[in-house]
Write a protein that binds this ligand. Structure first.
Ligand SMILES: C[S@@+](CC[C@H](N)C(=O)[O-])C[C@H]1O[C@@H](n2cnc3c(N)ncnc32)[C@H](O)[C@@H]1O
Length: 428
């Protein structure tokens, strides 16, 4: 496997320099910034010998001789009687940027990996096949050129389908995946290989939480280590019931609750399958307890969250029993939708939801694009008030199949409306 040879960057270079009096330095800097010789960890404006009244300014190496100096700088030099000299400078690996180093060491047509995820001290790469022979070089340069990075890893193999974790290979630095980061004013500590974490979702986490109020009771069905749950308690003062199937997520969520001084009566943590978790909150069999009147539901398992909507159908659209709480929650469900040509992402997402819950969702639902995962895979969030069969006057689904003309609906939609109609009629 190829490794980085830093020696190839050591060399000396002849530059043009000008000796400028101290009082003209700022004028030069303002007017001729582009004429400076710029390198990492290198001072282009230096002391010169023992003469403290002047500084040596090293000029851009594109000026090979005095004739190549731009006219306006030539005039500045002439008007101020500035002396031009030649200076030999010693350069090495430290004087080159990440991009400059990789441009020199990677094959000419290879794409330089610029986008990597930063998780505390960890840089996480997902290299392309053609970049793999150079992986240790790329890792070493990322480590050397970013002072906050202490560990560089590359994703290997496929993502685990249940806990959404994946194996990594160490490319450079410490073999330590226990990391700590700050997001939305909360500290999160976890081992990156044991739990799911995605730093690219920080803004989405906040966008959703920010729509909550202190009166909200939140049910986070796939909570991970708590990037929705903790800030919802800490910043929006909500009460949150947070759940994850991965015992490691639970271990770190509990630790993170302590780290952020969040009390156990504001954040109630469970380690159940998501459907069981929802039933445990809403379908209480014990006569001394009451169902939890949840107002917001977060479902962030985009690959399969939509399938878990069946538990809300079972609870809120059940022909055999009334829903356990009178005000149905708003559900925020994340999903991947195929961004095909001519496809309407919003209608596709709505249809996928309605196919699982078996009836229409209220027309005031909101559906937004969260991020492009790849050219044909878009992460969406759809938010809607859960339809219910409580009583027709409160029911957002007032339209029944009889009220909708045949020309208005497709056969599929007609079937869904019929279902909806039946559900409404079943409620007693
Ligand atoms: C995509 S991650 C999202 C985690 C977190 N909400 C976030 O934004 O970082 C999905 C989470 O769902 C959990 N999970 C997978 N299947 C589950 C199930 N059947 N019930 C509960 N949690 C599950 C995984 O362990 C994982 O932590």
């Amino acid at each position: 496997m190829l490794t980085l040879n830093k020696e190839i960057f050591k060399h000396s270079q002849q530059l043009l320099g000008i000796l400028v009096s101290n009082k003209l330095i700022s004028t030069f800097s303002n007017q001729f910034k582009g004429c400076l010789f710029i390198r990492e960890k290198f001072k282009a404006i230096q002391l010169y010998d023992s003469d403290t009244s002047k500084k040596l300014i090293l000029l851009n190496d594109k000026f090979k001789n005095e004739q190549e100096i731009p006219d306006n700088l030539k005039e500045f030099i002439k008007n101020n009687k500035i002396e031009i000299i030649e200076k030999q400078v010693e350069l090495n690996y430290d004087n080159y940027s990440y991009e400059q180093v990789l441009k020199k060491v990677l094959p000419e047509n290879m794409t330089i990996p610029f986008s990597y995820e930063k998780i505390g001290h960890i840089a996480h790469l997902n290299l392309r096949d053609e970049q793999l022979p150079y992986k240790f070089i790329i890792g070493q340069v990322i480590l050397d050129k970013n002072f906050q990075i202490r560990t560089v890893i590359n994703k290997v193999g496929k993502i685990d389908t249940v806990f959404r974790t994946f194996k990594n290979e160490l490319l450079a630095g410490e073999n330590n995946l226990l990391t700590e980061i700050k997001e939305n004013e909360c500290i999160f500590k976890f081992n990156f290989e044991e739990v799911y974490w995605n730093s690219r979702l920080q803004i989405e986490h906040w966008n959703l939480i920010d729509s909550f109020t202190k009166d909200d009771i939140v049910c986070d069905m796939f909570a991970g280590v708590g990037p929705f749950a903790l800030p919802a308690v800490k910043l929006k003062k909500c009460k949150v019931y947070a759940n994850d199937l991965n015992p490691n997520s639970i271990k770190y969520m509990r630790e993170n609750a302590k780290l952020n001084k969040i009390s156990s009566d504001k954040l109630i943590i469970s380690n159940l399958d998501a459907r069981e978790f929802v039933r445990s909150l809403l379908l209480v069999s014990d006569k001394d307890s009451q169902p939890v009147p949840i107002t917001q539901v977060i479902m962030n398992l985009p690959s399969t969250s939509i399938e878990f909507l069946d538990v809300f159908r079972e609870i809120f659209l059940n022909a055999d029993r009334a829903p356990p709480i009178s005000k149905p929650p708003t559900i925020h469900c994340y999903t991947f939708t195929k961004g095909r040509e001519n496809s309407d992402l919003v209608s596709d997402t709505r249809k996928n939801v309605e196919d699982i819950i078996g009836c229409r969702i209220p027309d005031d639902f909101k559906c937004t694009e969260v991020r492009d995962v790849s050219a044909h895979k878009i992460m969406m969030r759809i938010s809607f008030v859960m339809p219910t069969n409580i009583k027709s006057s409160d029911n957002p689904l007032k339209r029944t199949v009889d009220q909708v003309s045949e020309s208005e609906v497709s056969t599929d939609e007609s079937k869904r409306l019929k279902l909806d109609n039946n559900n409404n009629n079943d409620s007693k």
